[in-house]
Ligand binder design. Structure first.
Ligand code: ADP
Ligand code: MG
Length: 274
C-alpha cells in the first residue's frame, strides 16, 4: 500500500495557508436555528450556540442524541445523505467577522493509522499542506514529543510500523498528525472511549496542553473527564419528537455541576449517580 496517496480522516478537511490561519485571532463557531437531517429524519437541532476558544468545550448527552452527527458536520467530513439547514458560521473574531479559513481536524473514537511506518503516517499532513521537506523531521519530532511518543518510541521511531503500536499510542499518533495540520480547532469524538485509564490520562494531559492555544471540542461519555478538562460544556438531549437538541450550554462549572434545564439535569444526575 502506498501511504503517501492516502488522505485520511484524521486530519484536516481542507488546506489553507498558514498566513490565513494566523490572521484569525479567536476561533469561533456560531449557530442559529441549525439543524442536521438524514433524508427526511431530523437528527439534531441547535437553536442558538456559540463556541469560543482557546479552551475545551465538552459535548455530552445520551446515545443517539446527535453528538457525532453534529461534530462531523462541524468538521466538514460527513456523508452525502446528511443535510444541514440554518446558520453555522465557522471562524472569525469576537466582532463576528467571518472568515472561511478556520481549519478543523478530527480524532475519532477508533484510532485510524495507516499500515505503514510512523514516519509515513506523519508525512501525510505535511505533504498535503506542501510543507518544505527540510522542515518535516523537526516538525514530526516536535509533534511526537508533544504527545509523549518521541521518548517512548526511541531513536528508531521512523521505522516503527504504526499498526504495531498499542491503542493508546495509535491514538496519540493520530493527535500528532492533527498537530501537524496546524488546524485551529481540534475535534474529538469519544477519543478515549476504547482506551485504558493510563492512556486516557496521557491523552487528557495532551488535550489540556493543546487547549492552551487552540479550541478543542470534545464529545465524551465520561462526565469525570468533562469535569477535569472542560472550560465550557453542552448537553444534548432528546426532545419529545425523538430527535436530539442542544438542551443547555455554558460554563463547565455550571452545566456539569448545576444544570438548570430539567432534561440536562436528569442526564447529569444519571451519569453521576447523584
Ligand atoms: N447517515 C445517517 N443516516 C440515517 N440516520 C443517521 C445517520 N447518521 C446518524 N443517524 C442517526 O442519527 C441519530 C444520532 O446519531 P449520532 O449522531 O451517532 O448520535 P450520538 O453520537 O449522540 O450517539 C441516530 O438515531 C442515528 O441512527
Ligand atoms: Mg457518537
Amino acid at each position: 500500500m502506498n501511504c503517501s496517496n492516502q488522505i485520511g480522516g484524521n486530519f484536516s478537511a481542507r488546506a489553507a495557508n498558514s498566513a490565513n490561519i494566523t490572521a484569525i485571532p479567536v476561533p469561533l463557531v456560531l449557530m442559529k436555528d441549525f439543524e442536521v437531517h438524514a433524508g427526511e429524519k431530523k437528527i439534531v437541532e441547535v437553536n442558538n450556540w456559540h463556541i469560543d476558544g482557546p479552551g475545551v468545550t465538552a459535548i455530552l448527552g445520551p446515545s443517539g442524541s446527535g453528538k457525532s452527527s453534529f461534530i462531523r458536520v462541524l468538521s466538514g467530513i460527513y456523508s452525502p445523505q446528511i443535510k444541514t439547514s440554518g446558520t453555522m458560521l465557522k471562524g472569525g473574531d469576537a466582532s463576528h467577522h467571518v472568515s472561511s479559513d478556520l481549519r478543523f481536524s478530527m480524532v475519532w473514537q477508533t484510532p485510524t493509522v495507516f499500515p505503514c511506518s510512523v514516519y509515513e503516517n506523519l508525512k501525510l499532513p505535511l505533504k498535503t499542506d506542501k510543507v518544505d521537506k527540510r522542515q518535516w523531521l523537526p516538525l514530526m519530532e516536535d509533534a511526537l514529543s508533544r504527545v509523549g511518543l518521541l521518548k517512548e518510541l526511541g531513536s528508531n521511531w521512523r521505522k516503527i510500523k504504526a499498526t504495531n503500536l498499542s491503542g493508546g499510542q495509535k491514538q496519540r499518533l493520530c493527535i500528532a498528525s492533527n498537530l501537524l495540520v496546524q488546524s485551529d480547532v481540534i475535534l474529538l469524538d469519544e477519543a478515549t472511549a476504547s482506551l485504558d485509564p493510563i492512556s486516557t490520562a496521557k491523552i487528557e494531559g495532551i488535550i489540556t496542553e493543546i487547549a492552551k492555544e487552540k479550541l478543542v471540542i470534545m464529545v465524551t461519555h465520561n462526565i469525570g473527564q468533562a469535569r477535569r478538562l472542560a472550560d465550557f460544556a453542552a448537553v444534548f438531549c432528546f426532545n419529545p419528537d425523538g430527535y436530539g437538541f442542544l438542551c443547555e450550554s455554558g460554563k463547565a462549572e455550571d452545566v456539569l455541576y448545576n444544570p438548570v434545564e430539567s432534561d440536562s439535569r436528569k442526564f447529569i444526575q444519571l451519569e453521576t449517580g447523584s
